[in-house]
Design a protein around this ligand. Structure first.
Ligand SMILES: [Mn+2]
Length: 325
């Protein structure tokens, strides 16, 4: 038997819905979790022999009064603060059960909570969390650099420990990752001040030009090798705008020139084969802008590939039968 992938080991997936849309400029991503469920996410994962527990949509009702002073240039700070705390607590709790959590967005602010939960979980087990950010944008703004004040553009910066949103988690443990454990992949729209901050932090970015020149396979294997080299665990934060708008029109922040259907599937399959993926986000799906569920269905198919579904029947290291078996 070859190495079992992490996804094979934890045959147990937890779905957590986070209907948030205050972090984005366009309303509508709060319908994302429902659309992903309607498109058959649980059924696809069950067909891959996972036991799926759907925790439904989380609620922020349990968060008490918050009294810190909201920073300037962070729209809807208070609501997002509630969501971040709930996602961080609940994600951490669910990870402890041994399940692989998939966080259903909702806009990309949800990753501030989901990544915090997973980083905390793995840190306690002596393993480092790495984050792959599949996204047209870098999301590396802070309240100091932002042009729009939309908080979904600040999530990658927050989870790398950048200052500016320090009260977001309050007394809950903040488990930031170091900037060298973040890989931005698919970027094609980065703001000027954001870019300067990323350069200062030496954030690794694979942009579309590199994808065109080298192909996704070579580039994603580099990410995987780095995770493996330190026995880390990978969280995949999949922003639907990573895809080209002609494949995924149901997004409020479309940028032309994105990943193709085939590139995205290849990435997901290679990630699955690597066995390093321990959790994922699906974010920014906006059913209000979608065309008859097309984007939701595509997102579900891609998550299927991330968890072992093959488009072709070609044997791969993780499902090939070893000689003598
Ligand atoms: Mn994003």
């Amino acid at each position: 038997m070859t190495d079992r992938t992490m996804t094979d080991r934890g045959r147990h997936i937890a779905l957590l819905g986070a209907p948030i849309d205050m972090g984005a400029s366009q309303r509508g991503t709060l319908m994302g979790p429902a659309a992903l469920r309607t498109a058959g996410l649980a059924t696809v994962l069950e067909s891959l022999d996972f036991e799926v527990v759907d925790y439904g949509d989380l609620s922020v009702a349990e968060v008490g009064d918050l009294t810190d002073r909201p920073p300037e240039s962070a729209n809807h700070y208070r609501e997002i603060q509630r969501w971040t705390r709930v996602l961080s607590r609940k994600g951490y709790e669910v990870a402890k059960t041994g399940a692989l959590p998939i966080f259903l967005g909702g806009d990309h602010t949800l990753s501030m909570g989901s990544v915090n939960a997973m980083a905390r979980h793995w840190r306690e087990r002596g393993r480092e969390l790495f984050v792959l950010w599949l996204d047209a944008h870098a999301d590396y703004n802070t309240p100091q650099t932002t042009i729009t004040a939309n908080m979904h553009g600040m999530s990658a910066a927050f989870l790398c420990g950048e200052p500016g949103l320090d009260g977001l988690l309050g007394d809950d443990p903040r488990a930031s990752i170091t900037p060298d454990r973040l890989d931005l992949f698919g970027a094609r729209s980065i703001d000027k001040l954001e870019n300067e901050l990323m350069r200062a932090r030496r954030i690794r970015v694979v942009d579309m030009r590199q994808i065109d020149e080298f192909g996704v396979a070579v580039l994603i294997r580099r990410v995987i090798e780095r995770v493996k080299a330190s026995n880390g665990v990978l969280h995949v934060s999949f922003d639907v705008d990573f895809l080209d708008p002609c494949v995924a029109p149901g997004v409020g922040t479309t940028v032309p020139g994105g990943a193709t259907y085939r590139e995205a599937h290849l990435i997901m399959e290679l990630l699955h084969d690597s066995g390093v993926v321990g959790s994922a986000d699906i974010v920014e799906l906006n059913p209000f802008l979608d065309e008859r569920g097309r984007t939701a269905r595509t997102a579900v198919e891609l998550i299927g590939s991330l968890f072992g579904q093959q488009i072709t029947d070609r044997p791969t290291p993780s499902n090939a039968i070893a000689p003598g078996e």
